[in-house]
Write a protein of this length. Structure first.
Length: 286
């Protein structure tokens, strides 16, 4: 209504000039406030990102997922869904941090003579060298745009060493520059899933055979906590336990969102604490 009222008082050619002036005076704050609260890089415009960097948003997380089978009850995008949700929580707790699009194409085994998860339909695999090159290119892009801390967090165990190699290579490259950016990777993001959360599940009465190492109670519960529809829960409770022949190492039938919420909190808290410590430490002292 306000726009139509203003439009009646201005000729067509002068209406847009007037609105630009109003925006410049801060009388139309909606777009600016929306950009200030948005953490997803892909949902911002280029000028909005530039303004956020200038205003002090100096860090960005590159979330790394993967597209792999997790048995008959968990969707192929498990890692992508989970890392997107968790890195969003981490970024909001840290503040002044954006989150890049999820890297969904990762090494998952040989293709020509399938190994690992490539033995199961739907899995996508890329060569390790190509994977590392994508991460390096993305990190260098963000450094070029003014981000000082490029944080790489991966949800899948198979490429953790590749992430360490990428971080080391980037920091060697950037060390030659004055006031250089830095790459960061904290083991707490993935490590908490394998240690603290497993201990918590044991305390809740779950056995190692139920917890498992892939698509068991831990894996499935975490996904239930952030995306319940990504787990075929209706078939989970009354089905026989899946096994290695179906790509499952564990027994997911006792999985629950309640258990997953505990794990999510443990992962987010541990990762935020580790990143706060690292971000407060000059690179030369690390």
């Amino acid at each position: 209504m306000m726009t139509s009222t203003i439009r009646r008082h201005f000729p067509r050619g002068r209406f847009f000039a007037h609105m630009l002036g109003v925006a410049a005076l801060g009388l139309v704050p909606h777009a600016a406030s929306a950009a200030a609260s948005e953490i997803r890089l892909s949902r911002l415009t280029s000028p909005e990102v530039a303004a956020l960097v200038k205003a002090g948003t100096d860090s960005i997380i590159i979330p790394v997922g993967g597209t792999e089978q997790s048995g008959p009850y968990v969707v192929l995008g498990k890692h992508n869904i989970r890392v997107r949700a968790l890195t969003g929580m981490i970024a909001r707790k840290l503040g002044h941090v954006l989150v890049a699009p999820v890297i969904a194409y990762v090494p998952e085994g040989a293709i020509r003579q399938p190994t690992a998860h490539m033995r199961f339909t739907g899995t996508i695999s890329v060569p390790a060298a190509a994977f590392r090159a994508v991460l390096i290119g993305a990190a260098r892009s963000f450094a070029r745009h003014g981000f000082r801390n490029i944080i790489i967090l991966g949800d899948h165990g198979g490429y953790q060493n590749d992430l360490r190699m990428v971080v080391a290579a980037l920091n060697r490259r950037w060390a030659q520059r004055k006031d250089h950016p830095r790459a960061l990777m904290v083991p707490q993001y993935y490590g908490t899933t394998q240690t603290t959360f497993v201990k918590t599940l044991r305390e809740h009465g779950l056995s190692p055979a139920e917890i498992g190492t892939h698509a068991g109670v831990d894996d499935t519960s975490l996904l239930m906590a952030v995306a319940p529809s990504a787990v075929r829960s209706a078939h989970l409770a009354d089905s026989p336990p899946p096994g290695p022949a179906q790509g499952v190492y564990g027994d997911p039938r006792k999985s629950s969102a309640a258990l997953g919420e505990i794990g999510v909190e443990e992962i987010v808290s541990a990762t935020v604490a580790a990143l706060r410590k690292d971000l407060a430490t000059p690179l030369a002292a690390r």
